[in-house]
Ligand binder design. Structure first.
Ligand code: ADP
Length: 338
């Protein structure tokens, strides 16, 4: 594909295809949990529909796997508009321009990882978001010319795991900000029940709960665990997910009762043994041979939520709870103030 072509990622393989069946909820009422976020969206969608206007731009904020992409698609279903999808860090100005000029009235443009968009690409979005206008530079050097294009009123839905990295003026241009929290075990259990039924999996209620509790508050992980234990049960048993089989499978896959695995143990082992319980992100990333962003965006938010980790000006600090959970003697050096 030449790089001036519109990058259309809407045909990208859906992770739910791992099941050969789409598990994504398609309407707000099918979207489990996150009651406040849903109510907020319901109101804005209904008001925009009544006025016949495009919905205000929406910023979706959460750790990975909590439903940002799913919600963006739901918004477009609810307002019955087209859905275009792009990924922030790989977008160039020209890609953006051709995508924007092809949008119809009330269409949704979903940009994932919007915090990773290049600065000048972000800035070219400002007039588009504010006045549905796009300044396009034609040609190069002294012969270049700027033309102003009028766009159809559209809705930008941006998703980010790192809201803090968005420039203030950019963030301010989103009229609606939706924050998704980690899910309660009951919500995850409901998803596991619904998805098991869709996939014809026979599962015991206690087994649903066991999976939910190990899903780290994350819908994507609940779905993955369900897929993994189903495979295990089909090979090792008769396919039925009893509590016994599920616990056996989880042990086989190395997932403990808090949903933590070998990677998580390695994180805390490194932090506690190598760095005496306190380290900067860079040092940790090098010691673990892991990408800094993955550590900060994927792993650590859950550790913080579980009370295992504190972010302090002096670095990442393993809490007493982490020492206790990973079987280290709780020592006074875990104080946040030393
Ligand atoms: P994100 O974009 O935040 O990384 P996704 O929207 O891709 O997360 O969701 C990950 C998976 O979890 C998808 O398979 C989706 O079907 C499922 N999922 C997310 N949120 C919900 C929800 N509230 N109810 C049911 N399934 C959900």
């Amino acid at each position: 594909m030449d790089h001036h072509e519109i990058p259309d990622f809407s045909e990208m393989q859906d992770e739910d295809d791992a099941f050969g069946y789409s598990l994504r909820p398609e309407t707000l009422s099918e979207f489990i949990g996150q009651e406040q976020a849903k109510e907020q969206l319901r109101i804005h969608i209904e008001a925009a529909k009544k006025r016949g206007d495009a919905l205000e731009h929406v910023l979706l904020v959460s750790p990975p796997g909590l439903g940002k992409t799913t919600l963006a698609k739901i918004i477009s279903n609810e307002i019955q508009s087209n859905f275009k999808q792009a990924i922030g860090p790989v977008m160039e100005r020209l890609d953006l321009a051709s995508t924007l000029t092809n949008l119809e009235h009330t269409d949704i443009l979903f940009i994932d990882e919007i915090h990773g968009m290049k600065g000048h690409v972000q800035e070219s979005l400002y007039p588009a978001m504010e006045d549905y206008q796009l300044d396009l530079t034609l040609g190069q050097g002294p012969a270049s010319d700027v033309v102003q294009l009028q766009l159809k009123p559209f809705t930008l839905v941006g998703a980010t795991t790192r809201e803090g990295l968005l420039a203030g003026p950019f963030r301010d241009r989103f009229g609606i900000r939706i924050h998704l929290d980690y899910y309660e075990a009951e919500d995850l259990q409901q998803a596991i029940r619904i998805n098991s039924a869709k996939l014809d999996i026979n599962i015991e209620e206690t087994a649903e709960y066991a999976l939910a509790r190990r899903s780290r508050g994350t819908m994507r992980i609940a779905n993955k665990l369900l897929a993994n234990v189903r495979d295990y049960a089909q090979v090792k048993g008769d396919g039925t997910l009893s509590l016994e089989v599920v616990e056996e499978a989880l042990e086989f896959f190395g997932i403990d009762e808090r949903g933590l695995n070998a990677q998580d143990s390695a994180y805390f082992q490194t932090l506690i043994e190598k760095f005496n319980g306190r380290a900067g992100l860079k040092a940790l990333a090098v010691a673990l041979s892991e990408d800094e962003r993955t550590i900060a965006e994927v792993y650590e938010p859950y550790y913080i939520k579980e009370g295992f980790l504190a972010l302090t000006p002096g670095g990442r600090v393993a809490t007493d709870a982490a020492y206790a959970y990973f079987d280290y003697p709780v020592a006074s050096q875990t104080s946040l103030f030393h």
